[in-house]
Design a protein around this ligand. Structure first.
Ligand code: G3P
Length: 224
């Protein structure tokens, strides 16, 4: 399973990329606004240099012609840009055009299995179902992931990867992994939570104390 970080915050991206466990980045207009970065194009170029994997950069237009123009422009910023388009008729038309010319496309704002089928037919590299936002309205985000994975697995000609988005907790990540989803894009806080367990902290404190007590060292010439 691949982990993408869902943020436009350069400090967080650098910090998490240093773990070696981040395979890509997803941004969206809300995350860009939150980052306070004044120049979206420079921001995407900078992220693409930090993380070699796919970096999703979302179009701002909603009409086909301008969306395509923006997508073509974004695609030229770096080899690892994945153009992000909304799951609308115009977005899927742009997806088909860009996919056919070899550009990665992430189709976002997916809330139904029917929409996910359309994204795959349009040649999307990734489809982004928003699990947290479905949970928020009393529906099951994970049931949607299960449905999409089952459908995609039935059609080997569908090459689209399920990119689980709107992730709110480590449980979402684990459930997505159990269902075989290819990617989870997580806010930095959720990625950090993945590392954590109280018994890990407790066990490590005990090991450190016992190691100090036994007075041994591993590296010759260095303090224990
Ligand atoms: O990147 C899109 C998605 O992950 C947004 O999540 O928390 O705003 O629903 P959220």
């Amino acid at each position: 399973m691949k982990f993408f970080v869902d943020t436009a915050d350069i400090t967080d991206i650098k910090d998490l990329a240093a773990t070696g466990l981040v395979d890509g980045v997803t941004t969206n207009p809300s995350l860009v606004a939150k980052s306070g970065h004044a120049n979206f194009i420079d921001l995407i170029k900078e992220i693409c240099k930090i993380v070699p994997g796919p970096v999703s950069a979302e179009v701002g237009a909603t009409e086909y012609e301008q969306m395509l123009e923006e997508g073509l422009y974004l695609a030229k910023l770096a080899k690892n840009v994945a153009v992000k388009v909304p799951l609308t008729p115009a977005g899927l038309k742009v997806c088909k055009h860009l996919s056919e010319q070899g550009t990665m496309v992430n189709v976002t704002l997916c809330f139904s299995a029917a929409q996910a089928i359309l994204a795959a037919k349009a040649g999307a590299t990734f489809v982004s179902p928003f699990v947290g936002r479905l949970d928020d309205i009393g529906e099951s985000g994970m049931q949607l992931i299960a449905d999409i994975c089952q459908i995609y697995n039935s059609y080997p000609n569908f090459k689209t990867e399920v990119l689980v988005a709107s992730v709110r907790s480590p449980q979402h990540v684990v459930q997505a992994a159990l269902l075989g989803a290819g990617v989870a894009t997580c806010p930095p806080s959720v990625i950090r939570q993945l590392f954590a367990h109280p018994l890990t902290d407790k066990g490590l404190a005990q090991f450190v104390a016992d190691w100090a007590k036994c007075g041994q060292k591993i590296l010759p010439g260095k303090a224990a």
